[in-house]
Design a protein. Structure first.
Ligand code: NAP
Ligand code: GFB
Length: 326
């Protein structure tokens, strides 16, 4: 296939970002806009309106049109615990097709580097904690999201196959639960922090109780979307391994769902009743990850404190209620 940089200067990078209209993609757009511009880098931010990546042909046409040298691959069927439990099959088939189409075309179009996105929910459920990058395939994931988890594990498998057979530099990063502006605040589809933010907003407006689903005791490590965006840009520019790398706050920053809810209640200055609805599932009780490998590369990277990140997310939702996904 014609090489990418016939007319381009040897150093020019065309960085195609799939799934750029979502939580993580919008944060990457914001960080790139804030950064000192790098003339050798040209970013192309895409959404499903540009192409349905489940379609092999639409994906091929996208690569033909943009001829990227680098790809940050974020696009995926994404959802919280309750969406995963309801649509395990769709999360498996859609993500398997999307990821296969991206890597196959990245190879066909001579892409120099692909950084894809896994998730810490793909690690085995029955394991020792904290988990590290070597443990991804050590047993079944949690049943609530095994469809999504196996499709994401296959991304790592394909990266290794492309390295093995064609010496491609296709790699992946493994974030913990992400939150921030532009998240999906839909109560059925969304993740816990946007779900709780939406529910406190409504409870305060309507003077009704605020319901936290489950017991509130499961533990999570939350990474603010802007921090993750900075780490993605570091990875596409400097991370040279095919092996995955976990992007997470430290174990010491792990909090319970109830503690996250308390921070959201505080950010809204909500004074109404807070009720735990234990008829709802808790899902995975913990998925503690360690970030030793990241700290080896970036010992001084500063994560946004959860209290600050949650306040910024609450303010964003209040200001953008009309356009927010909900
Ligand atoms: P999101 O807000 O739901 O955004 C998903 C993005 O993917 C959107 O830009 C969407 O485009 C695009 N997309 C979905 N289906 C597509 C399709 N068939 N064809 C083309 N584009 C499609 O998701 P996110 O939270 O930013 O997640 C980004 C990445 O991080 C995903 O790979 C996800 O698995 C991973 N991740 C997320 C979390 C988390 O807590 N959110 C944690 C770990 C890993 P439209 O806007 O046009 O629909
Ligand atoms: O973010 P979340 O939906 O998914 O969090 P996971 C679920 C936890 O939050 C459970 C509690 O313990 C729920 O009981 N929770 C309390 C709520 N209130 C709410 C609420 O209003 N909405 C939601 N959604 N949860 C996902 C995986 O697991 O993690 C995905 O299923 C993905 O595939 C994501 O990997 C990062 O953290 O349990």
């Amino acid at each position: 296939m014609a090489s990418n940089n016939d007319k381009r200067s040897k150093t020019e990078k065309v960085i195609m970002v799939t799934g750029a209209s979502g939580l993580v993609g919008r944060a990457i757009q914001a960080v790139v806009a804030e950064e000192t511009s790098r003339p050798e880098e040209k970013f192309i931010f895409l959404s499903s309106k540009d192409a349905d990546l489940v379609s092999e042909e639409e994906t091929r046409l996208l690569f033909e049109k943009h001829r990227p040298t680098h790809v940050i691959h974020l696009a995926a069927r994404v959802g919280g615990l309750f969406a995963n439990m309801k649509y395990n099959l769709d999360f498996f088939t859609d993500n398997l097709k999307i990821n296969t189409n991206i890597l196959n075309n990245a190879f066909k179009f001579d892409v120099e580097k692909v950084v894809s996105c896994l998730s810490t929910c793909i690690f085995p459920d029955k394991t020792t904690f904290p988990v590290d990058e070597t443990m991804i395939h050590n047993g079944p994931p949690h049943p609530s999201n095994f469809g999504y988890a196996y499709a994401k594990r296959m991304l790592d498998v394909m990266n290794r196959c492309y390295k093995d057979q064609h010496n491609c530099k296709f790699t992946s990063v493994v974030p913990t639960n992400v939150y921030g502006p532009w998240d999906n605040f839909n109560l059925e589809e969304g993740h816990v922090i946007p779900g709780l933010v939406h529910k406190v907003f409504t409870a305060k407006r309507d003077a009704t109780p605020f319901y936290i689903w489950g017991t509130g005791s499961p533990l999570r490590q939350f990474i603010f979307s802007r921090d993750l965006a900075k780490l993605f840009l570091w990875a596409i520019r400097e991370y040279e391994e095919v092996d995955p790398i976990i992007f997470s706050v430290g174990e010491e920053d792990e909090i319970t769902i109830k503690e996250a809810a308390d921070l959201i209640v505080e950010a809204f200055d909500f004074k109404g009743p807070v009720i735990l609805d234990t008829s709802k599932s808790d899902g995975q009780l913990k998925k503690t990850a360690e970030n030793t490998k990241l700290r080896k590369y970036l010992p001084d990277f500063k994560f946004t404190p959860i209290k600050e990140g949650i306040k910024e997310t609450v303010d964003w939702f209040v200001e953008n209620y009309d356009i927010a996904r909900k």
